[in-house]
Design a binder for this molecule. Sequence first.
Ligand SMILES: NC(=O)c1ccc[n+]([C@@H]2O[C@H](COP(=O)([O-])OP(=O)(O)OC[C@H]3O[C@@H](n4cnc5c(N)ncnc54)[C@H](OP(=O)(O)O)[C@@H]3O)[C@@H](O)[C@H]2O)c1
Length: 254
Amino acid sequence: MIVISAASGALGRLVVDNLRARTEVVAVVRDLGRAPEGVPARHGDYDDPASLRAAFDGASRLLLISSPELDPSRKTRQHLAAVAAAEAVGVGAIAFTSFLGAGTVATGMTEAYHATEQAILDSGLPYTMLRHPFYSDAFVPRISGGELTGSTGGRGLNTAFRSDLAEAAANVLVGEGHLGRAYDFTGPLWSHPEVAAALGVTYREVPDTGPGPMSWINGLVRAGALEQQTPDLERVLGRPAETVVSRLLGRRTP
Ligand SMILES: NC(=O)c1ccc[n+]([C@@H]2O[C@H](COP(=O)([O-])OP(=O)(O)OC[C@H]3O[C@@H](n4cnc5c(N)ncnc54)[C@H](OP(=O)(O)O)[C@@H]3O)[C@@H](O)[C@H]2O)c1
């Protein structure tokens, strides 16, 4: 039995959709009214350790989907409660949706992810770290009036779509040979000027709209911080990951 935590979220639903025809899957949600349809659901709240023990009981594999909590201390506490519950009930293996860099960087954006990876290693449970890049879904550029704008300085982005990351997670959960490994998942490198050229529109660099998460991420992109590439996602998928250009061509209105 494969148990998916935070299964009511966008990523969790995609993982459940991918797995339901392949194996026995249980969705763990903090609100049973938001559970994905068609699979058994259990209540499990990262702020309620007892609920997590009951929710994870009997799992041959657990996918621990990271909490959306922004405060690193609380996020760490939630994840560590989940790892402790997994250890207490003896799940067969744990896969964790971590973040790129979390293996080595214990501060800033990856603080909670690093602490969680360490707790998983300390637990002695068989594990797979699924280190995610930023999700492409939030970065697909808008085209308006025959032009594409961006504030990324033309540098590369290694984002990947949730749908591919969900399929990769599902492959790890039902597959063999993934235990004791950390995957650094990156999507096909893309840039705003390249996407504009592929779509036959002009590219115009525009100033950031101001402080906020996107502006912060644009700064990271301009510094080249999202240009790391690995073959891990393509290997686990067994095919190339979806590109931003193909998503845009699929969605573009005439
Ligand atoms: N790499 C990236 O670019 C990126 C972007 C966004 C998020 N993330 C991370 O990836 C995770 C999955 O992404 P997503 O797109 O699926 O996020 P999402 O759609 O916001 O889903 C978040 C999930 O976490 C659940 N949750 C919130 N608080 C919880 C708690 N106390 N106990 C148990 N579950 C709780 C939510 O439950 P409800 O349905 O009850 O609210 C929901 O199922 C996020 O939580 C976040 O850590 C990564």
